[in-house]
Write a protein that binds this ligand. Structure first.
Ligand code: SAH
Length: 555
């Protein structure tokens, strides 16, 4: 047994007291992690770190599923549900599950250092039953830790431009559950039996005033505002309700205590929403940053090939747009690996192995590993066509020796000739040199041709294939079908052509009705051929140019 597992107290003969309450000091098997309110940037470093070590994640409906990208590929992901009416698992089932997952992990020596993550929206201990889950774990003798998250009651107002405290208005902020059991009871008679848990003292709340933040109170808003007014809180007190706070779809409605329930009903505000009551709401006029970003409220569908950097998506998101991505190229394994394997087994015999995409690096490395080889298999020199490919190599522990100044096949051939030609040029420059190109099935032939022309021996092998996906991902389908899509972007002729093949006749027609942004003339020509002439073409034919064009058009 290793020292590490020794210290977890897993040997009952040494630590018989485990069953009687566990050891707080042992290495945690389970982490109760706060996911934050929605914006995937609002998880803590510790929370993301726990996800990165997760063997299993049990996540709630309120935790943004984008966060699951922090998990290792082999992590088991279990949805525990819990939007109202959708209880994928009951609380008792969740409790049992956490205990059994922890026990399973503990008895699996292959998973040392891994953990079970219970990922909960906001903060686990704020109206999230995280306290109960912690108690269950503790009683079962399972070492766990809590990693707090940013609760919706603070982040939501913050993103709506409302500071929960402010020296001019209040020195207190109170978090209250609006989860009254009888949602139709508009009566001001606050009966403790009506409320979940120990009940809410509305008289005390009204007297305290300050900032009141209500969770879970959309359906019960008429009842709880009535109770507050009956207890003496001024109906003119400013109030706001924030729906889907910190998401691109955030909506804020500003009103007063007396009118907010009716206003919310008229606007059909649904859960999840935070209601904030107090004079701090007035500060929003000055501090509303999130909803006043230039592309806030716009939905943009981005067509892209997998290899392309996500800079367009990231920039548009930062400017406030809701971005939905549709990959127009998919990478798949070759039909038959036998040829690839033959070349991989003689890697060392080459002067250099040459990569022209990050996908090539990933595919080759995965195959190499599955053949039982490792990093010692590489030849002395490894070439990359550009920084993204070099970064993928760095990711597997290989520093690219050769990267051309411009990131195209011609330049890479020239650079290889410089390195291996020993100052010779022309037809014999690379005589005796052998290169292995590990690329896509549709890679441009120019690199191979140039190397051959210089006298080299070249093996050009497809380690992966690119295909056009059969259909749109679900999120893209949904926005295309809804009236909510504002723009669709095209960054190359092939993104337009591939998208066209992926769509049904009806979907093609929908694209015609949406504003279309093109990166430049070649793309525009292809779009026009397809019956989708661009609404807008970027003046400078790059991603920054596209962003500039959108901002000008929407600004
Ligand atoms: N533990 C969570 C709260 C869980 S209770 C936290 O700390 O935030 C669920 C309630 O939280 C919802 O009904 C809603 O009132 C609030 N909530 C959670 N996420 C929200 C969001 N993105 N926008 C608005 N309200 C949210």
């Amino acid at each position: 047994m290793s020292e590490l597992s020794d210290s977890t107290g897993s040997t009952p003969t040494i630590r018989p007291a485990v069953a009687a309450g566990g050891k707080m000091g042992a290495l945690p098997l389970v982490y109760l992690v706060g996911a934050g309110p929605g914006d995937p940037g609002l998880i803590t470093l510790s929370g993301a770190g726990a996800l990165a070590r997760a063997a299993t994640v049990v996540y709630d409906n309120l935790a943004n599923t984008e966060l699951l990208k922090h998990c290792p590929e082999d992590a088991e992901l279990i949805y525990a549900g819990k939007s109202s009416g959708d209880h994928a698992l009951t609380q008792d089932q969740i409790n049992d599950l956490l205990v059994s997952l922890a026990a399973k992990l503990k008895s699996d020596p292959g998973r040392e250092g891994r953990c079970v993550v219970r990922l909960k929206g906001g903060d686990p201990y704020v109206f999230g039953r995280g306290g109960e889950e912690g108690q269950i774990l503790r009683r079962a003798g399972i070492p766990f830790q809590v990693i707090p998250g940013i609760t919706a009651g603070i982040a939501g107002p913050g993103y709506a431009g409302i500071p929960v405290t402010h020296r001019d208005f209040t020195s207190t902020v109170t978090f209250v559950t609006g989860h009254l059991q009888d949602s139709s009871a508009a009566s001001a008679a606050a009966d403790a039996a009506e409320t979940e848990g120990p009940g809410v003292n509305f008289t005390a709340l009204a007297e305290l005033g300050g900032t009141l933040v209500f969770y879970m109170g959309v359906k019960t808003l008429p009842a709880l505002t009535a109770k507050l007014m009956a207890a003496g809180l001024d109906p003119q007190t400013p109030a706001a309700i924030i729906h889907r706070a910190t998401f691109a779809a955030q909506k804020t409605l500003v009103s007063s205590l007396g009118s907010v329930a009716q206003a919310a009903r008229q606007a059909q505000v649904k859960a999840p929403a935070i209601t904030i009551i107090g004079r701090v709401v007035t500060v929003r006029d000055e501090l509303n940053w999130f909803e006043s970003r230039p592309l806030f409220g716009r939905t943009v569908l981005i067509t892209r090939s997998r290899q392309q950097a996500s800079m367009l998506a990231e920039s548009l998101t930062a400017l406030g747009a809701q971005v939905v991505e549709a990959a127009t190229v998919e990478t798949i394994a070759p039909q038959d690996f036998s040829e690839v394997d033959r070349f991989l087994r003689q890697l060392k015999s080459y002067s250099a192995v040459v990569f022209t995409s990050a996908n090539g690096v990933d595919a080759a490395w995965r195959r190499l590993r599955s053949l039982g080889m490792d990093s010692r298999a590489w030849p002395d020199r490894v070439a990359a066509i550009g920084p993204a490919t070099a970064a993928a190599l760095a990711g597997i522990g290989v520093t690219a020796d050769i990267i051309p100044e411009t990131f195209v096949g011609e330049a890479l051939a020239l650079e290889l000739t410089k390195c291996f030609g020993k100052n010779k040029t022309g037809a014999a420059a690379l005589t005796g040199q052998r290169f292995l190109l590990l690329r896509a099935d549709i890679a441009r032939p120019v690199l191979r041709e140039e190397l051959l022309r210089a006298g080299a021996t070249v093996d050009d092998v497809a380690v992966y294939r690119t295909v056009v996906p059969k259909e749109l991902p679900p999120a893209a389908k949904t926005v295309l079908a809804s009236a909510s899509l504002d723009w669709i972007t095209f960054t190359s002729a092939s993104t337009a052509e591939n998208l066209w093949t992926m769509l049904t006749a009806e979907q093609r027609e929908m694209v015609r009705r949406i504003k279309r942004l093109s990166i430049g003339p070649i793309t525009s020509a292809a779009m026009t051929r397809l019956g989708w002439p661009p609404t807008l073409e970027a003046a400078s034919h790059d991603i920054s140019g596209m962003i500039e064009a959108l901002l000008q058009s929407e600004g």
